[in-house]
Design a protein around this ligand. Structure first.
Ligand SMILES: *Cc1c(COP(=O)(O)O)cnc(C)c1O
Length: 228
């Protein structure tokens, strides 16, 4: 019941934020981050109408998928080792966390073997400390150009995990920077690269992210409560 109420509140906030900044609410998708939550929580959220779930760990994702029969879409949002990529083929609709060429090459190879095209986002490292994941801003264009050359892949946009700030307003410049980067990359008009997705914003700052153009907000604790 609490989960239903949490989801309703977040949906309302997404709609209100979109209305306030002149965006179409349907242009923002809520990714429910279910890492370290039991499959039962996913099943409950799915029955409350939640469609997209984000997971950070390959083994956990596969185990949970076995238990969830609802027709939901899974996204991979965590740090990804190349040797685990093969397990994700056919299991995820979008990988948010591609930050190096070798990883993209392995995704290209595994999806190619299956005769499919992978949808990916490039994870960009914004700010200095918080996370070591992500390609440096100065190297994004080079990486995108290299990955765009690979077959069986489509770069759909960018993802970032900016530093945590108590006051979400302090994160705004990072969200803005990611949007501007995406605009610059879109202007290159590289084949296989569309910059229509911006994955940014979490439980405490998703409203600011939406104001700055997020199309995918990744929300965990505000939906499911604290992780065990
Ligand atoms: C855990 C996680 C989230 C969700 O964070 P909350 O603060 O619980 O909303 C979003 N994105 C990534 C990449 C995560 O690892």
């Amino acid at each position: 019941m609490e989960l239903q109420a949490n989801l309703d509140a977040i949906r309302q906030r997404i709609i209100a934020t979109c209305n306030d900044c002149g965006r179409e609410p349907a242009s923002v998708r809520l990714v429910a981050v279910s890492k370290l939550q039991p499959a039962a929580a996913v099943i409950e959220a799915a029955s409350a109408g939640q469609q997209v779930f984000g997971e950070n760990y390959v083994q956990e994702l596969l185990a949970k998928q076995e238990e969830v029969s609802a027709p939901v879409e899974w996204h991979f949002i965590g740090a990804l080792q190349s040797n685990k990529v093969k397990y994700l083929q056919g299991k995820v609709g979008l990988i948010h966390s591609v930050d190096r060429l070798s990883l993209a090459q392995e995704i290209s190879r595994q999806w190619g073997k299956a005769g499919e095209v992978a949808e990916i986002l490039i994870e960009v490292h914004l700010g200095d400390e918080t996370s070591k994941a992500g390609v440096a801003v100065a190297e994004v264009e080079t990486l995108v150009r290299q990955i765009a050359e690979l077959p069986n892949l489509r770069i759909r946009g960018l993802m970032a995990l900016p530093p945590y700030c108590e006051n979400p307003e302090e994160v705004r410049p990072y969200f803005r920077q990611l949007r501007q980067l995406a605009q610059q990359l879109a202007a290159l008009k590289l084949p296989g690269v569309s910059m229509d997705e911006l994955s940014m914003g979490m439980s405490h700052d998703f409203a600011v992210a939406i104001e700055e153009g997020a199309t995918l907000v990744r929300v965990g604790t505000a939906i499911f409560g604290a992780r065990s």
